[in-house]
Design a protein around this ligand. Structure first.
Ligand SMILES: [Zn+2]
Length: 283
């Protein structure tokens, strides 16, 4: 059984679900939830309306080993499996009913490099998750993930956001910054508190909205053979049309299709895996 904690307010309200450590080594959300649980226990926070479920560790075995996954990426298999064949598929069978039972999902992740800028994914923008995103203390929101994978059988994408969308719910994924940074825990903690305030589930003023740059993802590049990225690119670095981004060992080069941003570059990508993504600012 996945470890989870549910709190009920006296009044009816939003049912909020918070996931952490879908990827076992992304522990900022886990630490933030543990801090919040202590505050609930000490009576420092009280839910006045709605229902809150906190899942501090979605992938327990990967968490115990401080690795991303055991058999496969849990955030690509969030659907019901009649006969689960991997550890993560079994987890998905426990997580899906939870998503179905709630209205809103906040999925807390973190990223690989020191200094990474926090940002949110919003795969299926709607009125509700715009409210949700408004309360997040991030400057960037990435949209369009499902579209870049649509009609592509290379990689199947059953993410937590996809599951929420399929069940008629709403969700956002918050990338809190570098896994091991203290600031990432703070971002995760504040995100939960701000959401509780935003949905009037606790007595606290709604946070002021931080201005955000919305980036429309346009595509991704799979590393096809040995090669290198031309710079130590960081997520959200600006790129210029025609700029050489990567070079294969056989001399072939990959260039930026237009002015925009490089997203989620993976300097150590294996052959066959996503190397980097790119996008433009949404007008
Ligand atoms: Zn993650």
């Amino acid at each position: 059984m996945i470890e989870k904690y549910t709190f009920e307010g006296e009044k009816k309200g939003v049912k909020l679900l918070v996931f952490a450590a879908i990827h076992g080594n992304e522990t900022a959300g886990t630490n933030a939830i543990r801090r919040l649980l202590k505050e609930f226990e000490a009576g420092k926070i009280k839910l006045c309306s709605g229902c809150l479920t906190l899942v501090p560790v979605c992938n327990a075995q990967a968490y115990a080993k401080d690795v991303r996954q055991i058999d496969e990426n849990l955030n690509r298999v969030i659907k019901i499996f009649e006969e689960p064949k991997t550890y993560e598929q079994g987890l998905a069978n426990e997580l899906c009913p939870l998503i179905k039972k709630h209205d809103v999902l906040l999925d807390l992740h973190s990223t690989h490099c020191e200094g990474d800028v926090p940002f949110a994914f919003c795969d299926y923008p709607d009125e509700n998750n715009q409210k949700l995103i408004a309360g997040l203390d991030v400057g960037y929101v990435l949209e369009g993930w499902p579209q870049i994978y649509a009609g592509n059988c290379e990689i199947e994408d059953f993410s937590t956001e996809r599951a929420a969308h399929d069940f008629g719910k709403t969700a956002t994924t918050l990338e809190c910054g570098y896994h091991k940074s203290v600031e990432a825990i703070e971002i995760a903690y504040n995100a939960i508190i701000n959401m509780l305030a935003g949905f009037e589930m606790i007595e606290k003023e709604k946070p002021a909205e931080r201005p955000k740059t919305h980036i429309l993802m346009q595509g991704y590049v799979v590393k096809k053979k040995e090669g290198k990225l031309c710079k130590n690119y960081k997520h959200l670095d600006k790129i210029k049309a025609g700029e050489t981004i990567a070079r294969y060992d056989n001399g072939e080069v990959l260039t930026a299709p237009n002015d925009g941003f490089i997203l989620l570059p993976n300097l150590r990508a294996e052959i066959g895996a996503e190397w980097y993504y790119f996008g433009i600012e949404k007008s």
